[in-house]
Design a protein around this ligand. Structure first.
Ligand code: C2E
Ligand code: CA
Ligand code: CA
Ligand code: CA
Length: 276
């Protein structure tokens, strides 16, 4: 003990151990958080590019952790994704977002009747045996019509395409839409798009925000390929008016980003805006 040269394991072990303890503590706190409704869903508008009319929202989880403030997903979703805890988290968000959309529709039957909500589902949850039952239960308990719900699946989880495709097809049979999220960051090539049982292609913000040489040409190529495969194409991370103008010229269907609004707490959402 104390002679690090002889015992390198002794030197490294404590910090690894601490990291693991931290993760276990965070996991335990998150289990409680789900049980005690410390999670919140924030809603970011998705807007039709051609008309400026609101399509609906993406539901994004936050954790109002006592003593820690409002935690963003990158502080706890990756930890949840290491175990089946992510399935419980996704399930909670699914139920809450569906419930909220129905509540808004009841408050404003004309303004909010056609709005959709997109919910993120992690790869582990998509692959799980409960995903179809979980989505069906959220629809059933809220009374939300299935065509108003979109399930977003990150492109990077589509490594096992045959299995993911089966699950996505089963979800579509419920009547919900499937969106391929973060397109452009993973392995799926444009040529493989036709093989995926999806409805929407969501382009990652790294591509949308890029202004480097060829950036607009790449956005053009992707939207053409998406449309050729019958997909609606959505751009996320739209911050500049110029980018929105480009997307309109390129015939993108919808856009999401700080230009319209940041993710908003439910109380701050007005279901009739933004209309540009
Ligand atoms: P995502 O699904 O790609 O969500 C979009 C992220 O981009 C959100 O970050 C959003 O706030 C951010 N964003 C939107 N517009 C702009 C913009 O104009 N500029 C910039 N710079 N950023 C923009 P957020 O809310 O921090 O969420 C991060 C990630 O956490 C999400 O990425 C998603 O992968 C994950 N996540 C969020 N909620 C859930 C959930 O309920 N379940 C699961 N499994 N993952 C979730
Ligand atoms: Ca998403
Ligand atoms: Ca995304
Ligand atoms: Ca992302």
């Amino acid at each position: 003990r104390g002679d690090r040269g002889d015992e390198p394991v002794e030197f490294f072990a404590p910090s690894l151990r601490r990291e693991q303890d931290d993760r276990i503590a965070l996991e335990a706190a998150l289990v409680d958080a789900i049980a005690h409704d410390e999670l919140e869903v924030h809603y970011q508008p998705v807007v039709a590019v051609g008309t400026g009319v609101l399509d609906g929202y993406e539901a994004l989880v936050r954790w109002n952790r006592p003593g820690h403030g409002l935690l963003q997903p990158d502080a706890f979703v990756p930890v949840a994704e290491k175990s089946d805890l992510i399935c419980a988290l996704d399930r909670w968000v699914l139920h809450e977002a569906a419930r909220q959309l129905v509540a808004w529709t009841e408050e404003d039957p004309i303004g909010a009747a056609d709005l959709t909500v997109a919910v993120n589902v992690s790869g582990r949850h998509l692959a799980s045996a409960t995903i179809v039952a979980d989505v069906a239960a959220a629809l059933h308990s809220s009374g939300l019509r299935p065509e108003r719900l979109t399930v977003e699946v990150t492109e990077t989880v589509l490594v096992d395409v045959p299995r993911a495709s089966l699950q996505m097809s089963a979800l579509r049979r419920l009547g919900v839409s499937i969106s391929i999220d973060d397109f452009g960051t993973g392995y799926t090539s444009i040529g493989h798009l036709g093989a995926l049982p999806a409805d929407i292609l969501k382009i990652d913000r790294s591509l949308v925000m890029s202004t480097g040489p060829g950036a607009t040409e790449l956005l053009a190529l992707i939207v053409q390929a998406g449309h050729a495969h019958g997909l609606l194409v959505v751009a996320e991370g739209v911050e500049q008016q110029q980018r929105l103008d480009d997307l309109r010229d390129l015939r993108y269907d919808s856009a999401q980003g700080y230009l319209f609004a940041r993710p908003l707490a439910a109380d701050d959402v007005r279901t009739t805006g933004p209309r540009r």
